[in-house]
Design a protein. Sequence first.
Length: 238
Amino acid sequence: MGTRAEDAPTAVRAGADGPETVHDGADGPTGAVVGLDVGGSKIDGVLVVGGEVVGRRRSAVRHGADGVVGSAAEAVEELLADARRAGAPVRLRAVGAGVPGIVAPGRGTVEHAVNLGVVGAAPVGPDLAERLGVPVVVENDLNVAALGAARTLGLGDDLAYLSLGTGLAAGLLLDGRLRRGSVGAAGEIGHVPYRPDGRSCPCGQRGCLEQYASGSAIDGAWAADGVPGPARLFAAAA
């Protein structure tokens, strides 16, 4: 199958070179890209050279727009520093980041990312590009996951990629096209009201599905029922 060209996000560009960018020298350091998966509690980063993953990093994420940008930039800088320490300097050429919430393609703004403490539109892409000095692509994390699953696993033109993590959301492909919805919220199912008079949600509503069916909600319900947590169960099994 093949996704259509219009589904590819557009990079946000910046002018100046960032502090961790390694320039081409006489021997020409290898060009590299970094991919970031930004979640409600952590950032997973990979350094890719020539289509191969050559470095990985997991780090904590700080909340709020400035915190997210700072955490993401530090994750990139740490990956580049790891490469230098390993004796393989690279030149950073671009960064791609999957982020929860509603993302405006081409502009790199993020809003309604409640698990990151971002409510109003925040220029995450432009700010990250300015700090790093390279083009940055920002897309909704589940949209990225759906595209990746379709391309690498050959799952066909119609796909719903559901994630139960800190939050609850989905990425949707229909007829080989990424479906964002009219306002970019097609996959934000975690904030569909499930129990109108239920638990309060950071988004301001009550009874959102995310408060009952996300990974964090299930983990909390498990502990609330007096059942030993996963760490204790694994320790007992060992």
